[in-house]
Write a new protein. Sequence first.
Length: 196
Amino acid sequence: MKLAELQPGEPLLSRLGILGEHDAFSTYGVYSVALSADGGRVAVGYGGFARVWELDPPRELARLVGRRRAVGSLSFSPDSRQLASGGERTVWIWDIDTGREVARLTGHQAQVTSLAFSPNARQIVSGSADRTVRVWHVETARLLAMYPTVYAVARVSWSAVGRVVRAVDLGGGTNRPHLYELELVASGDESEGGAT
């Protein structure tokens, strides 16, 4: 089946047979979904784990088990070989081919709400309900920079060149979300950054 065969409004995952199963994962509900940059893979976050599928032809690639809490955010690396999943206070980075945990990033004080790999996949930015944006080095799991926000973070992203992080908070019920543009500077290693 080609994705173009889907009718408008037709549930993609159901049509692919991905969510047609009635096993334990379906009772948790879906908390997050991510598509790879090339559109060839989809990841779905549930209560405590994520599943990754190839879309054409449809087949499950990995079931990635973290904690029992909801997987509230997901992000594929630019090459679609790694997946970051965010839960309560923690970010996990997974190798999709092996299903193994590559790194565990800890330090947030509340649910991780948004994740984004840098264009070169050396860094990842996380936003959280704890009102912080954090930049991490993927290989070493080291925190490189932390920025406060006024309210809980809704989304994070990178500029195309990977030197600027953008974040949006939820506005705390004021109907006035804040946009943050945070410039990173090199600190001896191109893969590292710090606040300016």
